[in-house]
Design a protein around this ligand. Structure first.
Ligand SMILES: Nc1nc2c(ncn2[C@@H]2O[C@H](COP(=O)(O)OP(=O)(O)OP(=O)(O)O)[C@@H](O)[C@H]2O)c(=O)[nH]1
Ligand SMILES: [Mg+2]
Length: 369
């Protein structure tokens, strides 16, 4: 994928805009693409036909031909009409941020559940576009569909086929969810098992932390969205006769596209049964506060904000030279660690133990009542 990035600033301050474009570059790389050029435009309100101005469209068209790009990626979400019009003018594939995220997800999904969820998100994103697709774009979605009658429009046929597939996927996902729920039920009810969910912005170090805590090889990569399937691991504390189940989850991003939010709701739903949430934060990142807020907003959407949360401030080794420089954490719900160096992991173990004991005690109280 040889890409040109089109950054439209819709009134963000320069720092935020810069961060948005950097993240988009990261997404292109995660989709195994290279960024060959960037084009910017300031625009308060989008042009209904092209989002950007006609002059910009021409500029991009020439740049695409000049440097041989095959993809143009926008930092904003485009309407079906805009995609269609831009595709007519520019000889490259036009992607918006959601398309890009979906492409990455497509490549990464491994389990049947994740694959179905990505397909569902993709189809839901395509649905409103079908009517507006012209020419080459049509071949992108399902082939070999039967027509109902001679008078039926191609758009109608495709819409119907997509809707059928969506319904089928939803049924299959429900079935998988039911099975998973059954498996979870046994452990939820157990006073000796603490359920912990790892959440956080993509690339914050969730999988690294899971590895450190459980010493297992989880796929770790300096890429956005390395983890797409939820993975579960155990920690055993024989001294207190408790076990902890830790679930790694898909990373969050700002403005998570609705289609993805919906499709991955099932995955994130695993966090619904959690007794404790570990929110992993990369404090070496200049934008960590913004990212933290993004994650907290999503937790709120999932109605998880009531659960106890520990903020795990990770990658401190990138900020201080050695472990001796670690300062005591200010509050009980914050802990500064380095997942890769293993700093403060013992303290994190202590926190987990404390919660495991507390769960057992509360469960006991409930039984007495
Ligand atoms: N220096 C340093 N690097 C870290 C630390 N923890 C994680 N990393 C690096 O950060 C990158 C991302 O780590 P992952 O564990 O894959 O992050 P993740 O949150 O699981 O990412 P996604 O699955 O993509 O959402 C990798 O290159 C890790 O080696 C840390 O404590 N210190
Ligand atoms: Mg991961």
């Amino acid at each position: 994928m040889r890409s040109i990035i089109v950054g439209v600033n819709t009134g963000l301050n320069p720092a935020r805009f810069k961060y948005q474009i950097e993240e988009l570059e990261g997404l292109v790389e995660a989709a195994e693409g290279v960024v060959l050029g960037k084009v910017y435009q300031k625009r308060e309100s989008p042009d209904p036909a092209y989002y950007i101005g006609r002059g910009k469209v021409n500029e991009i068209k020439q740049l695409v031909e000049g440097i041989g790009a095959d993809t143009v990626v926008f930092n904003v979400n485009l309407s079906p009409v805009q995609i269609s019009n831009l595709s007519q003018e520019i000889n490259a594939q036009i992607l918006d941020r959601t398309d890009l995220i979906l492409q990455i997800f497509f490549k990464r999904a491994k389990t049947k559940q994740a694959k179905l969820q990505v397909e569902l998100a993709y189809l839901q994103h395509q649905l409103p576009r079908v009517y507006n697709q012209k020419g080459k774009e049509l071949s992108r979605i399902g082939g070999g569909m039967k027509t109902k009658g001679a008078g039926e429009k191609l758009g109608e046929i495709k819409t119907r086929a997509i809707k059928d597939r969506i319904n089928k996927i939803k049924k299959e996902l429900k079935e998988i969810e039911k099975q998973k729920k059954q498996q979870r039920k046994t452990r939820e009810d157990n006073p000796n098992i603490l359920n912990v969910a790892l959440v956080g912005y993509t690339n914050a170090g969730k999988s690294s932390l899971l590895n450190r805590l459980t010493k297992r090889d989880t796929y770790i990569s300096d890429q956005l969205f390395a983890t797409l399937d939820t993975k579960t691991s155990f920690i055993h504390f024989p001294d207190i006769n408790k076990r902890v189940i830790i679930t790694d989850t898909v990373g969050f991003v700002e403005d998570m596209p609705q289609e993805i939010m919906d499709a991955f709701m099932t995955t994130l739903k695993e966090t619904e049964e959690a007794d404790l949430i570990l929110h992993v934060i990369d404090i070496s990142d200049d934008n960590w506060m913004l990212k933290k807020q993004t994650v907290e907003d999503v937790l709120k959407k999932l109605k998880l904000e009531e659960k106890p949360v520990i903020n795990v401030m990770n990658k401190v080794d990138k900020v201080i030279p050695s472990q001796e420089y670690l300062e005591p954490d200010e509050s009980e719900n914050t802990i500064t660690v380095s997942a890769t160096k293993g700093w403060n992991i013992d303290k994190l173990f202590d926190i987990l133990k404390k919660y495991a004991i507390k769960k057992g005690e509360e469960y006991g109280k409930l039984r007495i009542l």
